[in-house]
Every structure is written in structure tokens, then in C-alpha cells.
Design a protein. Structure first.
Length: 117
């Protein structure tokens, strides 16, 4: 089982980034996918989630209207489009897979996003 994030980097305030997460080793379409982030000295927090059936989405209040989560089951991919980035969005972003009604949870290794001028 593997989740590999990519797309992080340094961006100026107001800029955009698109994070990607590719999954392998499990039935991707059966898993709820989400993005979390953890800033230095803070707890890891949920950013966005997308269900495995129907593709319903939900977002943290701090990113609503700026971030969009999506998935491509045929490619075992989940994305996080981040627009209008702010310095407070600086964090390590993690991809998480969770199978509903089970104990199967997987995490990626994270990708750093830094928003700074």
C-alpha cells in the first residue's frame, strides 16, 4: 500500500498550487480520500474530503471557496487545487485514504507547501 503526494513548493501569496496523490496497493474506488495539513507547532487538521460514492466533498471553513478536492478513480488519483493561497496555508499536506466501516487507514508521506513573498 502506498500513497505518494506531489506538487508542493514555494508560492507567493495569492498564487495557486495543485497537489496530487497517487495510490497503489488497494482498491482506490472503495476509499474515502482526504487531504490534511500540519503547520509547525500545530496539530494535523482536515482540509478537504471526498467520498468514494457520489464524490461528495466537504471543506474546512478556512479553505472554503479557495480549495477544491477531486478524484480520478481510473487513475487512482486525488487532487487538491489550491487558489488564493495565504501565508497561513503554509504546512505539510498529507493525503489520507480511509475505507468506510473498517479500520483500513493509509497516509502518504506529505508534501511541503510554503506561501511566502
Amino acid at each position: 500500500v502506498q500513497l505518494v503526494e506531489s506538487g508542493g513548493g514555494l508560492v507567493q501569496p495569492g498564487g495557486s498550487l495543485r497537489l496530487s496523490c497517487v495510490a497503489s496497493g488497494f482498491t482506490f474506488s472503495s476509499y474515502v480520500m482526504s487531504w490534511y495539513r500540519q503547520a509547525p507547532g500545530k496539530e494535523r487538521e482536515l482540509v478537504a474530503v471526498i467520498t468514494n460514492v457520489g464524490g461528495s466533498t466537504n471543506y474546512a471553513d478556512s479553505v472554503k471557496g479557495r480549495f477544491t478536492i477531486s478524484r480520478e478513480n481510473a487513475k487512482n488519483m486525488v487532487y487538491l487545487q489550491m487558489n488564493s493561497l495565504k501565508p497561513e496555508d503554509t504546512a505539510v499536506y498529507y493525503c489520507k485514504a480511509m475505507r468506510p466501516r473498517s479500520m483500513y487507514i493509509y497516509w502518504g508521506q506529505g508534501t511541503q507547501v510554503t506561501v511566502s513573498s
